[in-house]
Write a protein that binds this ligand. Structure first.
Ligand code: DAH
Length: 342
């Protein structure tokens, strides 16, 4: 009756062990050691065949009872443990409503693209259309056809990235003037702007080796400086505010005669003078002038028949003024803290 002893022993020890277990994994381990293929109780049940037929029913009944008892104890414990483990998990993963939320920032148009878009809208409204030109440009279009022959000192001011002999990364958007004139001369009137990237060997707080310009060109019979000035005034007021004034200061560009630099009245002080305008009440926004007769004739227009004006502005400069940005490099480092302010 050794088997009966073993069974009674199991029916006492196993429920006691179950009672003190504290996790589902250990419980499963115990189940396997008793009821699994090589488990203690399984071994006893297998050994029944060797029993004396008169003992078999009694031992068999007890074995079944012990198995049912252990299975029930395992089941109850498993239910209890699963419930407490769930509660623990929930406590650990509890949502802390006092944590600052993670804000999702929506992407939007880059401030420079915005200035280009706004300026384009303004000029479209004034009857202009948009022309584009290549960033890799020949020296002919970038300099010669704009009245800047080889060795002209104006080339120094636009110290550039030269590619193969005769080719540069364009230093200005002005070569687009030449391309458009060549395409439309000798008779078609022109009224275009051309926004785009330009390249120079400069790098400091107000200069970047790559920056953006918007070029403008108007050619027709009877075009005058008065037209130029009124177009630029309308542009300045739409871009910076209806209360702004502009002034033209005499200047020099090889491709215009006369030439001027244009200032807009300072928006920070209203023209009284402050740090932004260095006390003058004015800030420079672009260069312009009447298209030089040689530039017209080089590209097929007759300066005796038509006249024109041109202008070129720096997009970064406009953006710095409009958004009060003190270092142009902010536009290119893509620091989200900067970009997202616009
Ligand atoms: N291309 C000149 C520059 O990059 C800007 C400019 C001045 C363009 C006068 C013009 C102009 O069309 O008429 O400095």
């Amino acid at each position: 009756m050794e088997l009966m002893e073993k069974l009674r022993h199991l029916s006492e020890v196993i429920p006691a062990k179950i009672a003190v277990l504290d996790n589902v994994a250990a419980l499963e381990e115990l189940r396997v050691s008793v009821l699994g293929k090589k488990g203690e109780l399984t071994a006893i049940l297998r050994g029944m065949g060797a029993l004396n037929p008169t003992d078999r029913p009694r031992v068999g009944q007890l074995a079944n009872e012990v198995r049912d008892q252990i299975e029930a104890a395992l089941e109850d414990k498993k239910t209890a443990l699963t419930a407490t483990e769930l509660v623990h998990k929930q406590q650990q993963e509890r949502i802390d409503v006092t944590l600052p939320g993670r804000q999702i920032y929506h992407a939007h148009v880059h401030p420079l693209s915005r200035i280009i878009d706004e300026a384009t809208e303004i000029f479209l409204g004034l009857g202009f259309s948009v022309a584009e030109g290549p960033e890799i440009e020949s020296e002919y279009y970038n300099f010669e056809a704009l009245n800047v022959p080889p060795l002209h000192p104006a080339r120094d001011m636009q110290d550039s990235f030269y590619l193969r002999e005769g080719w540069v990364m364009r230093t200005q958007t002005s070569p687009v003037q030449v391309r458009v004139m060549q395409a439309l001369s000798p008779h078609h009137p022109i009224r275009i702007i051309s926004p785009g990237k330009v390249y120079r060997r400069d790098d400091d707080a107000t200069h970047s080796p790559m920056f953006h310009q918007i070029e403008g060109l108007v050619i027709d019979k009877g075009v005058s400086l008065a037209h130029l000035k009124s177009i630029l005034l309308m542009f300045a007021r739409q871009m910076f505010g209806a209360e702004r004034e502009i002034r033209l200061r005499p200047s020099y560009f090889p491709f215009t005669e006369p030439s001027a630099e244009v200032d807009v009245s300072c928006g920070t002080c209203g023209g009284r003078g402050c740090r932004v305008c260095k006390g003058t009440g004015w800030v420079e926004i672009l260069g312009c002038g009447m298209v030089h007769p040689s530039v017209l004739s080089m590209s097929g227009y007759d300066p005796e028949v038509v006249s024109g004006f041109a202008f070129g502005m720096g997009v970064e400069r406009i953006a710095m003024l409009k958004y009060n940005v003190d270092d142009l490099r902010h536009f290119f480092v893509n620091d989200y803290r900067f970009i997202r302010q616009f």
